[in-house]
Design a protein around this ligand. Structure first.
Ligand code: SF4
Length: 65
């Protein structure tokens, strides 16, 4: 049986994902590596930046097209 608190916690995370490169649809992969690029800026963000939250105004999780 799933507890209501577990579902509420899952929804909280699902509705508020970390806004960083490694979790952005413009990033070419789901984790940082030296080969990954940001397709929006056609550049490879430094690892420290890629892992930082709320740094980029272009972050998007679902590209709207
Ligand atoms: S758009 Fe911004 S947040 Fe997304 S991968 Fe590029 S630099 Fe990172």
């Amino acid at each position: 049986m799933v507890k209501l608190k577990t579902i509420q916690e899952w929804r909280e995370v699902a509705n508020n994902p970390p806004k960083c490169c490694v979790n952005c649809d413009h990033y070419t992969d789901a984790y940082w590596s030296t080969d990954e690029i940001c397709k929006r800026y056609n550049a490879n963000p430094p690892q420290e930046y890629a892992e930082s939250e709320n740094e980029c105004p272009e972050w998007v999780q679902m590209i709207p097209f």
